[in-house]
Design a protein around this ligand. Structure first.
Ligand code: HEC
Length: 192
């Protein structure tokens, strides 16, 4: 029994060690003097993925055999319902609440984004299952794509662990639009 526990600890340690260099590699952009925008940094990190990272980032690995990945995405995209007022809502304050300050609790946490993402730098209790969303609005992403991602993440990344919040009715289209407004607003703490 004791041996088992020890063996488990070694495997765990091995995994940690094995994962570490890859994680560091992905984050370190090529040495450059001029200040790069988040979008440029992201592009460089993507271009410098080692072959294992590339293999694991390939969504076709995640989709069950026999399902074409483009068909999968197309069918997921077809489920997305858009709000009448457009994908960028007007109630930024509500968007911030729905994004979910964990301290506020209650219904305002329904997006619960901090469970998996960091965002507002003041909120230190944030998860790292998903990428950090700090500076998200400065990356030049089309708000419509943000909306789609939140409504049904599988339209973008099949089998992602990110919950399909609109698809499952956790968030209404208008609520997602307010989260989009919060994420893209230049004055949002995410983008400061
Ligand atoms: C259970 C964990 C989880 C929750 C909760 C979650 N996400 Fe995610 N999210 C992920 C993961 C994992 C990824 C990366 C994989 C992917 O592309 O789907 C991701 C990716 C994203 C991306 C793309 C990031 C990029 O760099 O392009 C956005 C935007 C995003 N999430 C927004 C949100 C918002 C807004 C919420 C809350 C309404 C939320 N997520 C809730 C796990 C989560």
């Amino acid at each position: 029994m004791r041996k088992f526990v020890l063996a488990g600890a070694f495997v765990g340690l091995g995994l940690l060690v094995a994962c570490q260099p890859a994680a560091q590699k992905a984050e370190a952009p090529k040495a450059e003097k001029k200040k790069l925008s988040s979008k440029e940094k992201f592009k460089i990190a993507l271009a410098n993925q080692d072959k294992w990272q590339k293999a694991c980032s390939n969504p076709t690995q995640l989709v069950p055999e026999g399902i074409d990945v483009e068909t999968f995405k197309k069918e997921m995209l077809a489920t997305v319902k858009f709000p009448e007022g457009g994908v960028v809502g007007k109630n930024i304050a509500r968007g911030e609440k729905l994004f979910g300050d964990p301290k506020k609790g209650g219904k305002s946490r329904r997006g619960n984004c901090y469970a998996c993402h960091c965002g507002d730098p003041k909120i230190l209790a944030c998860g790292n299952i998903g990428p950090s969303l700090r500076g998200y609005g400065k990356r030049g992403i089309d708000p419509k794509d943000t909306y789609i991602r939140i409504y049904n993440s599988w339209a973008v990344n099949p089998c992602s662990v990110m919950p399909r919040l609109g698809y499952h009715g956790v968030l209404k289209p208008e609520e997602i639009a307010d989260i989009v407004a919060y994420m893209h607003d230049p004055n949002s703490p995410l983008n400061k």
